[in-house]
Design a binder for this molecule. Structure first.
Ligand SMILES: NC(=O)c1ccc[n+]([C@@H]2O[C@H](COP(=O)([O-])OP(=O)(O)OC[C@H]3O[C@@H](n4cnc5c(N)ncnc54)[C@H](OP(=O)(O)O)[C@@H]3O)[C@@H](O)[C@H]2O)c1
Length: 301
């Protein structure tokens, strides 16, 4: 296989993952073209075609999605357009134009009842509209015949935008007591580590690689946690370094009603990814000190 510099188009410009991709690509001197709405909008199929024909990428990394899990229950049509119908159109257009596709999906395609970390071969059974729409997106990707991969990730955090980590820190600045659920576990994943994985897949695809099997890979951090564990570790570090005085109280799922039901244990096993790319995503604990320093030093926070 020849080594060709990929022409990479990333969707979802303002999102956490696209911003992480921008930073990681710049560090690696990889040129990427990043597009957001209105230039690329799942609700406007012609905008997608124009974006693909305009930038003529060899690979698209689809980081755009309807990601609010509770809001998806209330805006079912919008979540469907973004996570399923739009993905179908994107995958079909990529196939027609011979563009490879790296599509991002979620641990929420699983119901969380397995009792061990999920493998790619385990049966999806989403509990909520967000997970169901993302699963329909995966199926549309498979049916389109596009060359590419679906990368399932989980509990994304970084110092960019609104996410798990920045939400905890913002709360800790204004509240003494934070309450986080302790009986749901997952695999917190740093958006920068995921960006490395997506760029590695893009390079492989640009070089002509075609995945065997379904082309689904799990890419999640190498350590699990509950939201309580994660928030507690963040707050301890923030208290120490920035003289804050917040504390975190564990609550049970049953005592914290939300609109959408979440899986109790959606840990992902990423061994297959390690075998194919030789990459492992670092445990969330190793990322916290640097990200918390960066986030709390940012005057916009
Ligand atoms: N965040 C997590 O914890 C998590 C966990 C598992 C999997 N994932 C997956 O990881 C991927 C990236 O997530 P993220 O955290 O970066 O999400 P994010 O910060 O919410 O960004 C989502 C992006 O999608 C864009 N978007 C929304 N509706 C659109 C539409 N109709 N057409 C085009 N773009 C649209 C948004 O644009 P606007 O700013 O214009 O709205 C935004 O730029 C998604 O596939 C998500 O499902 C995320």
């Amino acid at each position: 296989m020849s080594k060709i510099a990929p022409r990479i188009l990333v969707t979802g410009a303002s999102g956490q993952l696209a911003q992480a991709l921008r930073r990681v690509a710049a560090e690696k001197s990889v040129v990427i073209h990043v597009l957001g709405r209105p230039g690329f909008d799942f609700a406007e199929v012609p905008s997608m075609r124009k974006a693909l024909e305009g930038s003529r990428p060899s690979v698209v990394i689809n980081a755009a999605a309807f990601t609010s899990v509770d809001q998806a229950e209330l805006e079912r049509e919008q979540s469907e357009i973004c996570n399923s119908i739009g993905v179908k159109a994107l995958a079909e257009q990529c196939r027609e134009l011979k563009i490879a596709l790296v599509h991002v999906s979620t641990d929420y395609v699983f119901d969380g009842n397995l009792g061990r970390a999920y493998l790619e071969s385990d049966r999806p059974a989403p509990l909520n509209q967000y997970g169901a729409s993302k699963l329909r997106g995966e199926l549309a990707f498979a049916q389109s015949g596009v060359r590419g991969v679906v990368v399932r990730t989980a509990w994304l955090f970084s110092d960019l935008g609104v996410n798990f980590l920045t939400r905890v820190l913002s709360q800790a600045r204004v509240q003494n007591e934070l309450r986080y659920v302790s009986d749901q576990v997952g695999s917190p994943t740093c958006a920068y580590d995921l960006a490395e994985v997506l760029l590695a897949f893009a390079e492989k695809l640009a070089a002509g690689w075609t995945p065997t099997g379904g082309g689904i890979f799990h890419a999640a951090g190498d350590s699990s946690a509950s939201a309580f564990d994660f928030a507690l570790a963040c707050v301890r570090l923030a208290n120490e370094e920035f003289r804050m005085d917040a504390h975190v109280v564990p609550v049970r799922t049953a005592d914290r009603p939300v609109i959408a039901q979440r899986p109790a244990d959606s840990r992902l096993c990423s061994d297959q990814l390690a075998a194919i790319l030789g990459l492992r995503l670092r445990p969330w604990q190793t990322w916290l000190p640097s990200l918390i320093s960066r986030a709390l030093s940012d005057p916009r926070m």
